[in-house]
Design a binder for this molecule. Structure first.
Ligand code: BG6
Length: 489
């Protein structure tokens, strides 16, 4: 068997994502022994730097995830010795040709496997792919390209981007990342559902009253106002992260765990989502607020954001899936910046027990006594099942208790970062957690008309104070569908 080499080129190496996530994830994979013997990491960006400067830059953000094992420093040194830098323009074939020479030198005639991570703004994706792919395709080995959202702003621009990328790459070379799919508890969703008899048969309109996908952040768009204002929260979080989780949650049982089988089911369920109406969504924007002597800036206080911006920093939506399994079940999504807490969770609220014998003993609002399954994606990963239980004692009084699976207590290891999982999968050619182009199309098809309507009608977002629970409109939206937000009960 011929010897292979792996090179990972991080394009946009001096950027935030590269420094904070990609290099540390690569190091973690190396540390854990997941990278092959012959690997090199290249940083590529416009900034002038030499290898040593790149190594210094990277070394600032590397950590030993598991524990401070004695060999951590040695491992870091070993890793850094495999990191090189090439400075060049993103649209220069010559500069990429020089990079290619350096890659070949490292490959030394062995079978070249090449992974490019495009950690750059989408308007230069195509340039880079054009220049890099010119040299990259050899008869042996593979070339794969990881791209990060935004994949366009709407159906049309997204399709255009896909078309342009496909001039240079085959679909199976393009790895579209949605880093939420790399999160441990999102990956666990299918295990929880398909391998537990206490859940699998309940996963339908017969037993589930509503499902909620909630993702809140406790900081604003600080420093990213320029990017954010062009996209807004619906494109930044809802159209991708939340919708992807919804698809995994609601899809039919795939034929197998194979990437194509899973993605086939995801596309199907995405295409079954009923088209949105304006009345199915509530948008908000945070405003400045002072609390405890401290003042927090509003979204439009950011100098990179236009003063009259209508870009939503909060959105809540109600979706319906028009198929036999989910007919009539509200799927609620809620996400926002500058809210009171940072949390991502999935909440499954079950129906009432018909003819519940203990109705009279429950003592409080029946609505709050239905079972609820809470999957806390972050922080502090956990799964809870809310059940009714007898309060111990001679009387017959019920209360609401939790069956708790706290990851910290049950699995005393540090959970790998989503980027570790996804990078490893890309290296191994596992496509299960990457977005196929038809999935992307379906996601945009769902949101594009709504986004156009919001923007054309200049719908003003409901203002909410920085650090609050978001616009009250979100409650009305849920109430309209007979639902209460689980995170606010
Ligand atoms: C990104 C969004 O995709 O996800 C950001 O662009 C957001 O706006 C981030 O802050 C959140 O990711 P995480 O992993 O920190 O929850």
């Amino acid at each position: 068997e011929e010897e292979t080499t792996l090179s990972i080129t991080v394009v946009g190496a001096s950027g935030d994502l590269a420094r904070k996530k990609i290099f540390p994830a690569l190091f973690a994979l190396f540390y854990e022994g997941y990278l092959p013997e012959n690997f090199t990491v290249f940083g590529y960006a416009r900034t002038k730097m030499n290898d040593e400067e790149l190594q210094n830059m990277i070394s600032q953000t590397l950590t030993c995830r598991i524990d401070k094992r004695e060999n951590c420093d040695d491992k870091m040194k070993e890793f850094l010795q495999r990191c090189f830098y090439h400075s060049g323009q993103y649209n220069s074939e010559n500069d990429f040709a020089e990079l290619d020479l350096k890659l070949r030198e490292k490959e030394g005639g062995r079978v070249p496997n090449r992974l490019f991570y495009l950690s750059i703004p989408p308007n230069i994706f195509v340039d880079v792919v054009r220049c890099a792919s010119r040299r990259a395709s050899s008869e042996k080995g593979w070339t794969r390209v990881i791209v990060e959202k935004p994949f366009g702003r709407d159906s049309e621009s997204s399709r255009e981007l896909t078309r342009s990328l496909k001039q240079y790459l085959a679909e199976d070379q393009i790895f579209r990342i949605d880093h939420y799919l790399g999160k441990e508890l999102v990956e666990n969703l299918s295990v929880l559902r398909f391998s537990n008899l206490v859940f699998e048969p309940l996963w339908s309109r017969n037993y589930i009253q509503n499902v909620q996908f909630i993702f809140s952040e406790d900081i604003g768009t600080e420093g990213r106002g320029g990017y954010f204002d062009h996209y807004g929260i619906i494109r930044d979080i809802m159209q991708n992260h939340l919708l992807q989780i919804l698809a995994l949650f609601a899809m039919e049982t795939p034929v197998s765990l194979d990437a194509e089988d899973i993605r086939n089911e995801k596309v199907k369920v995405l295409r079954s989502v009923r088209p949105f109406q304006l009345e199915d969504i509530v948008v908000g924007q945070y405003k400045g607020h002072s609390k405890g002597g401290k003042s927090y800036p509003g979204y439009t206080d950011d100098p990179t954001v236009p003063k009259n911006s209508l870009t939503p920093t909060f959105a809540a939506a109600a979706l319906f899936i028009d198929n036999a399994r989910w007919d009539g079940v509200p799927f609620l999504m809620k996400t926002g910046k500058a809210l009171y807490t940072k949390r991502a969770e999935i909440r499954v609220q079950f129906r009432h027990v018909p003819g519940n014998l203990f109705r009279g003993n429950i003592g409080y609002d029946l609505d709050r006594t239905t079972n609820e399954l809470v999957i806390r994606v972050q922080p502090d990963e956990a799964i809870f099942l809310k059940i009714n239980n007898k309060v111990p004692g001679l009387g017959m009084r019920l209360d609401r208790s939790d069956l708790n699976l706290l990851y910290k207590a049950r699995y005393p290891i540090e959970i790998p970062d989503a980027y570790e999982r996804l990078l490893l999968d890309a290296i191994e050619g596992e496509r299960r957690l990457f977005i196929r182009s038809d999935e992307l199309d379906a996601a945009w098809a769902l949101f594009t008309p709504l986004l156009k309507e919001l923007e054309e009608n200049k719908i003003a977002p409901e203002l909410y104070p920085y650090g609050s629970r978001g616009p009250v409109g979100a409650h009305y939206l849920a109430a309209k569908h007979g639902v209460r937000w689980g995170d606010l009960i």
